[in-house]
Design a protein around this ligand. Sequence first.
Ligand code: GLN
Length: 280
Amino acid sequence: MNINDWLQAARQRLDALDARLLLQHVTGLSRTELICRPETPLTSAQLDCLETLATRRQAGEPLAYLVGEAGFRGRSFQVSPAVLVPRPETEELVDLALDKLRELAVRAPRVLDLGTGSGAIPISLALEYPAAQVSAVDVSPAALAVARANGAALQAPVRWLESDWFAALGDERFDLIVSNPPYIHAEDPHLAGDGLCFEPRLALTDGADGLACIRAIVADAAAHLEPGGWLLFEHGWDQGPASRNLLTLAGFKAVQTWQDLAGHDRISGGRTPSPQDAHP
Ligand code: GLN
């Protein structure tokens, strides 16, 4: 069987993009090579491997886990089932964080990412805002190992720490804190469906009402921010009002929610009071 035969047969059960990406992964050929050399024969080992991967894909496993990588802001990140697959919405969190860093205009701003997973957020920030001093924490050693490997492969200077939110940070302060915490309600039926059932539960749900981690982060963030420092975090489409309420109660200023490209509330944040607030 050659490449073309396999692609034709795969149409019955996979979408065309998934089929092509699995084929690239197994043969090591580029997209162009696949197109230019459709007659290339597949070995029986390659066919066995493709069969296994196609079956897993059909069962709903995210393609990123099957090929071991996912794209985020134009870079390739290694992923494993120890980490959430980076999402396009989270690219918008990075954009917003970059805006805030430019606004703050601190010479070497200190940045912290809480619950870093694959490390996609802090690595992107370190590479796209080179003056920043970026730290990232995760409670899962397995996730941190993936993040560290990504940092090394992409040559991003990030300090990695194993920590349950702020626990290992002592009294360190930052200019910007970002997070994509677990925010899905424990009883949300989506957790059992789509590809989500293959991803780490710890990265998706707080095991409670979906706001437990956000509450914990908002409660402790101000003590780890410089005056005028920003906290930005991702949340579910229906968690904007609750997030703004928590931020306001915790004393944050300029509290705001931003929508994702689909128009859903997706990121909320605010900054700590600064001397300017007293003299407007
Ligand atoms: N946005 C993700 C999803 O719905 C969830 C990410 C998270 O819990 N942090 O698939």
